[in-house]
Design a protein. Structure first.
Length: 188
């Protein structure tokens, strides 16, 4: 039985964001025996600042994020593209989880990225930047697990992404690969 626990971080704070809907779909499609949760409070985490990242001064919201990440065996980052790169809220979460240097909560854990946008490129630049940032932060980015979803307005319209059979299958495959990588890491 899998013991994987995937923490999903979403780069959009909008309540009705397509990326949030994709994250919710991923959580719902987690293989039996494993769990996945969408982290609900990235908006509350202050910008990373080394001056407050010392014992006794770390803000509660950052401590909560780190505690949730410590419990995770894998991470799924779901991101739109803002001005050709990842949103600040997602980069900030990566920054908090990269510390302490070499021993952050993301260190050596499997990570995959899903990006989505109305443009035809599917937020590919943000996708690549998220993979780069989390990899430098110590995450074990899965080389062959990538999903970019372009043309979201035409593809989904007013429907939820879970209603698109092809997209749901692609999301399910990403989550299954994350769980598999997590299980392999745990059993190693």
């Amino acid at each position: 039985m899998s013991q994987a626990h995937v923490l999903i971080l979403v780069g959009s704070l909008r309540a009705d964001s397509v990326n949030k809907q994709i994250a919710d779909t991923a959580a719902a499609l987690t293989p039996e025996g494993s769990t996945a949760v969408v982290y609900p409070a990235l908006a509350e985490v202050p910008f990373y600042n080394e001056d407050i990242d010392i014992e006794g001064k770390v803000p509660a919201a950052a401590l909560d994020l780190r505690a949730a990440a410590e419990k995770a065996t894998a991470f799924l980052l779901v991101t739109p593209e803002y001005n050709g790169t990842i949103p600040a809220v997602l980069k900030n979460a990566i920054d908090w989880l990269s510390r302490p240097y070499g021993a952050g909560a993301v260190s050596s854990k499997p990570v995959a990225v899903i990006s989505a946008s109305p443009s035809g490129n599917g937020a590919k630049w943000a996708h690549d930047d998220a993979r780069k940032a989390v990899g430098i932060a110590g995450g074990k980015v899965l080389d062959d697990v990538e999903l970019t979803i372009g043309g979201t307005i035409d593809k989904f319209g007013s429907a939820h992404p879970r209603e698109n059979v092809e997209v749901s299958a692609d999301i399910s495959n990403v989550v299954a690969e994350l769980v598999k990588a997590s299980d392999e890491l745990v059993s190693a």
